[in-house]
Design a protein around this ligand. Sequence first.
Ligand code: DAH
Length: 340
Amino acid sequence: MIEKINDLLRRVEEFKPKASAEIEEFRIKVLGKKGELNALLEEFKAVAPEMKRELGQKLNQLKTRALERVNELKQQAEQQPENQKTVEDMTRPGSNDPLGTRHPISLVRNEIVSIFSRLGYTVAEGPEIEDDWHVFSALNFPPEHPARDMQDTFFIEKNPDILLRTHTSSIQVRTMENQKPPIRVICPGRVFRNEAISARAHCIFHQVEGLYIDEHVSFADLKQSILYFAKECFGENARIRLRPSYFPFTEPSAEVDVSCNLCGGKGCNVCKGTGWLEIMGCGMVDPNVLEASGIDSHKYSGFAFGMGVERIAMLKFGVKDLRLYFENDIRFLQQFESVL
Ligand code: DAH
């Protein structure tokens, strides 16, 4: 009997079906009710008691192995492409990949750029890794001047002259170095400050800087340009007010508030009851800044302004936590393309 068992085990191992139907035939032949295994089990009943232990174990092994082998072969057969019976419906409409949406910060930056391009501004860009000259010195921040502390700077280790730009005003300097007046540029870009991340501040954010230099540019031109921007960006009823302020690179300097577009100026929790929202800094370019970049300050004058894109986007969309712009949660990001 032991030979019969070994013989069947060998045939189980060596069985190679030519077609998948043969596997089922083989299964019935070996493991079926009237199959070879059951015949052996029948024979086993009559075996002498001292042989039962050894033969019983052998039979069990044979059965387990035969089942395993049949399953293996069936699985292999299913993976053969000719057995994958998927019938494609060739007339079915194709599936469209869903279109993405633009990031709200990109949308607002593009809108700001487009508003100023209607006033004749062109886009200028500059590097994010800058040197002290373009971020501070040429903008009238003397060394050791406390105004440098207004912006917490990331310096590149070992070389304090190389830093991540803290504002896009550095692009002003690069533009004045490379172009002759009249200059009218709008400079969008990413900026970096060593600040703790909170609902109102981030270490990476975006600014748009504007610069206009020509003969006889006046503060009235500045005010009118910003009023135009405010109306285009926040609606026809928007009003602006300028508060005196200080920046090293402009003199005089001002901070610009726009009337709160949520309450129309009556006062609400977004404008903290004041009716006004701060949107940018601005001023007449300091003659020192013009001279540092090789522009004759007796012949030319100009104005500059700078605003935070995240801030404008928060005010436009009523977003209260700036961190949402950086978390890339699609449910948040998808909401804006249709609003603008
Ligand atoms: N660079 C300033 C900042 O990051 C913003 C700014 C203020 C830019 C006044 C200007 C300006 O051009 O005139 O806080």
